[in-house]
Design a protein around this ligand. Sequence first.
Ligand SMILES: [Zn+2]
Length: 111
Amino acid sequence: MSLPACPKCQSEYVYQDLSLLICPECSHEWDPKSDSDEDTVIVKDANGTLLAEGDKITVIKDLKIKGSSQVIKIGTKAVIRWIKDTKDHQLDCKVDGVGEMMVTAKFVKKA
Ligand SMILES: [Zn+2]
C-alpha cells in the first residue's frame, strides 16, 4: 500500500488514520479525498504566479487578435472570467477596450 508523500515537507513516512493522512515529521494532516479536486486547473502567469478566475491581469506583450488587424497592446488590463485546461489560450478574459478574448497565460501577469 503506497501513500502519497507529505505535500508540505515531502516526507515519505505518512500514515493513515481513518480518512486522514498524517505526516509524523511536520504533523501536517490532510484528507486525500478533498485534496484531489479535479476541477482545479493550475495555470500560471509569466512570473509563475498562480492565476484564478476573477483575477485582474495585465498583458505583457502585444497580442495579435486572430482574424483581425487589431492588437491587444502591452499593458492592457483584463479580468479572467474562466480558466480552461488547455495547452494555450487558457484564459477566457474580458479585455479592456476589446471585450471577450482567449489569452495565453504566459503572455500576462497578475495585476
Ligand atoms: Zn510533513
